[in-house]
Write a protein that binds this ligand. Structure first.
Ligand SMILES: Cc1cc2nc3c(=O)[nH]c(=O)nc-3n(C[C@H](O)[C@H](O)[C@H](O)COP(=O)(O)OP(=O)(O)OC[C@H]3O[C@@H](n4cnc5c(N)ncnc54)[C@H](O)[C@@H]3O)c2cc1C
Length: 383
């Protein structure tokens, strides 16, 4: 089915990016996956390439370069690499941007946001703690306030880009007048008192994940993002971006998985039997439904609508469907699905993360039940 969401600029962007990814990322990604490290130079090259494309310096002037569908195109093209960790690492930096853009001071924008935009800095969003990630309000990492600085103690875990990030957008409680309020603060990753421990994990190998310890880490007050005590509201405002990003990734991965399965079956059997044809067409049909719902969510997000319900449904349903559909494709492929040298084994590992990262399926269900059954209205706390 043709869709109404992409125009000729998106198509041009897709073609150019596709070439860039094939020439600059594809030849190295297997090595980065082994090393569990994506080198800084590729972020710089990628961000410069994207910025130049959007500015029109590569030939064609892009219509509406701020449209979210350019991000969708990028995620879809990255999915063809079949190393989901790359899109995950990239995504975290893009998801950090709105916090700095909307609430950061001029100093923060100049020092951190601009560097993210040109790829010179890479970052983490550090919320989850060893005592639990779902209940964001209960985090324990504490910042004590002094004249011109904070002193931070605590720890974060499962943090994407945690080892190689240049800075952390850190959720902390700031203690003031015997009250603890959550705030967001930027911490340079090279600060004294920080320890980083890489966590070996099942999938997303090229994307590093870490536990980060903070022991008397001194952070200047000018690194506070927005107002003190507003961290929870800021997170609630933007966590839906993360849900949508996971959903777009999930659907892009489904598409790639379908193409791979069809290609592999056809090259093995030449003529597919009726069972294979029926099962493949069912997989294809399911993907179309998810894809078009997610595109719909992207369109309302692009229109500036605060769509908590839609992004939550998209995150939960696509991440669960991705795992289910990969299982179905693995059944169709049989031995070639578990053969480590084949793409789908890695896709299976990578996919499993999607119902955990960005908020678990249970938490998505909890939010949905509040909206749908308790009639809770999630309104934008901050414009
Ligand atoms: C690869 C990867 C990358 C990640 N990257 C980041 C990152 O960059 N930054 C970051 O901050 N975090 C990151 N996370 C952490 C992720 O967001 C958390 O794992 C997730 O939010 C769940 O937190 P938890 O693991 O502490 O589980 P818990 O919160 O302890 O939950 C355990 C179980 O209880 C269920 N549960 C908890 N509360 C409720 C409830 N109220 N109702 C129903 N069920 C509930 C959960 O669904 C889950 O099944 C990452 C995780 C992974 C796997």
């Amino acid at each position: 089915m043709e869709n109404i969401y992409f125009n000729s600029s998106h198509t041009y962007y897709r073609t150019q990016l596709g070439v860039f990814i094939q020439e600059h990322i594809a030849p190295h990604i297997a090595q980065w996956e082994l090393e569990e490290h994506i080198p800084k130079y590729i972020w710089i090259e990628l961000m410069h390439f994207i910025n130049d494309l959007k500015k029109g310096t590569k030939g064609k002037v892009m219509k509406n370069p701020g449209s979210y569908f350019y991000d969708v195109v990028l995620i879809e093209e990255l999915a063809k690499l079949n190393y989901a960790g790359f899109a995950a690492s990239y995504g975290i930096c893009q998801l950090a941007k709105p916090y700095l853009e909307n609430y950061g001071s001029e100093y923060i924008k100049r020092t951190y946001l601009d560097q993210i935009k040109n790829g010179e800095f890479w970052c983490s969003i550090a919320i989850t703690e060893p005592s639990g990630g779902s209940d964001v309000a209960q985090l324990k990492t504490l910042a004590l306030e002094f004249d011109d600085h904070f002193l931070i103690n605590g720890s974060k875990t499962f943090i994407t880009n945690g080892v190689y990030a240049d800075f952390y957008l850190l959720a902390v409680k700031i203690k003031a007048l015997d009250v603890e309020h959550m705030s967001l603060i930027i911490v340079d990753a090279s600060s004294d008192g920080i320890t980083k421990t890489k966590i070996p994990k099942m999938g997303w190998h090229c994307s590093d994940t870490a536990t980060i310890g903070f022991q008397n880490v001194r952070v200047p007050k000018k690194n506070l993002v927005g107002n003190q005590g507003f961290g929870f509201q800021y997170l609630m405002e933007h966590l839906q971006n993360e849900r949508l990003y996971v959903a777009v990734m999930a659907v892009a991965d489904m598409d790639d998985m379908y193409s791979y399965t069809r290609r592999t079956l056809t090259s093995k059997h030449h003529v597919l039997n009726p069972y294979q044809l029926i099962e493949l067409s069912k997989v294809y049909a399911e993907i179309q439904v998810f894809k078009n719902y997610v595109y719909h969510c992207c369109a309302i997000f692009d229109a500036g609508i605060y769509a908590v319900k839609e992004c939550t449904i998209a995150k939960k349903s696509t991440s669960e469907a991705l795992i289910k559909l990969i299982n179905k494709c693995m059944d169709l492929l049989q031995f070639s699905s578990v053969d480590e040298k084949n793409e789908i084994a890695r896709k299976f590992r990578d996919a499993r993360i999607s119902t955990i990262g960005g908020g678990t399926s249970d938490i998505m269900s909890e939010i949905l039940s509040k909206i749908v059954l308790d009639q809770k209205a999630y309104t934008q706390a901050i414009s």
